[in-house]
Design a protein around this ligand. Sequence first.
Ligand code: GAP
Length: 516
Amino acid sequence: MNQNTTAQTEELFKKIISHSKEYGFIYPNSEIYDGLSAVYDYGAYGAELKNNIRSYWWQAMTYMHQNIIGIDAAIFMHPTTWKASGHIDAFNDPLIDNKDSKKRYRADVLIEDHLARLQDKINKETEKAKKKFSNFDEELFCTTNLRVKEIKEKINQIEQRFKAALENNDLHEIKQIILDCEIACPISGTRNWTDVRQFNLMFATQLGSISEEANTIYLRPETAQGIFVNFLNVQKTARMKIPFGIAQTGKAFRNEIVARQFIFRMREFEQMEMQFFVRPGNEMQWYEYWKEQRLKWHLALAISSDFYRFKDHIKLAHYANAACDIEFKFPFGFKEIEGIHSRTDFDLSNHEKYSGKKQQYFDTEENKSYTPYVVETSVGLDRLFLAILSVAHKEETVENEIRTVLSLPKELAPIKAAVFPLVKKDGMPEMAQKLWDDLKYIGKVIYEDKDTIGRRYRRQDAIGTPYCVTIDNETSTNETVTIRDRDTMQQERIHISKVFAYIEERTSIRNLLRKL
Ligand code: GAP
């Protein structure tokens, strides 16, 4: 990204944040007390949009597959859960402080950002050459251009050292990479770093009134464990046969060291996770299947495929034998939106070990018992929200005025339609109220009779309402209304009896599900 585009994307990101607040999508949490860092509240339109994204995920998982069912487990769990899952011992981030600015950073993120900057340099060189030569061969260019070759080698070296350091949990080496790469604190500009330390991300609290070690419980850092500990309950009561999946959406909590970038990294957030239980040995086949399925789910939102890419994990989590992220091109660059992990039998085996209760499945076809392997898909609802919002937010000049419009997928829009009487007389408000009464079964529909019609349109554009229906002078004579499309701003005149079907057909989540 060159400096110009960086400034533009930063500007866009700031606009998205202020638009979210001004139009009731997202507010900083407890703002009257100056807010709580990295915690946000969803306003009226934000809550609707979030519900719709959640419904799309839930329906895609549980309605579109006979062998996936949903549950809703509690946030609090027996503390041994987190010992068994490995979170007490291994759910850490390496942190480092700059002694001059007193700012704290994730050491791994400092290195990842440095690598991204080097990659940006290559992209810039490539773009320059692309413009210069008509029959440009990117591969040839990257292997022959000395500057690009040099940067590529540098990236390779750093990546190899970084991977080894993460695998060996070598905090000293992580600091050494930061020093060798001459990474400076963005605030103080100095390289005066402390040693790297591990920091556990779980929030602890006390159960009951006595504050003792034994009463310490945790706010779940992932929803997945609520599925694992209920594996046999669900399998037996819903009479599921392997392969089958259990889906769940809900809050998760992490004491993130560096919580920034708005709702991208929060301390309280929502996950939508699905654990798919398979025969041991079949997990890689299902891992590939779920990678493909999940990308398809994202692409059904009609956001360009250029916004998505897969990235294999450099370091596998303690429970995984394969893992990748689906990354999304946020205004601040490509970042993880969803994780797909082959978790082996790690979780079920450990729950069996720590609880002393068998967590095995009897496979009637194979006539034997085994501990199933698990392929997990895990997507952050808030990150999805941000991704969808950032692509939808547009400013365009219409009749010499700036129109801000959220071109959200119509199926997810918080408000499905707005109904306006053109003026507050001649029976128009009554007809509009009656129409609202019909349409309210589609989803949230707004009735509005204040201000000029132009202003009413603009307000609905800014919250992404796909259709505005206006009752006007003709309605009482021929029972027709105008219906205006948010994106094209074109109006068509239809019979009032057709409005329900018109809007319902175009805004139903069914449209997205049919693309899967
Ligand atoms: N059960 C596996 C798991 O939790 P993860 O990669 O740590 O895997 C899955 O998290 C997803 O949860 C991420 O892809 C991201 O979308 C979301 N997520 C994780 N931490 C988050 C945070 N602090 N704020 C917002 N979303 C977060």
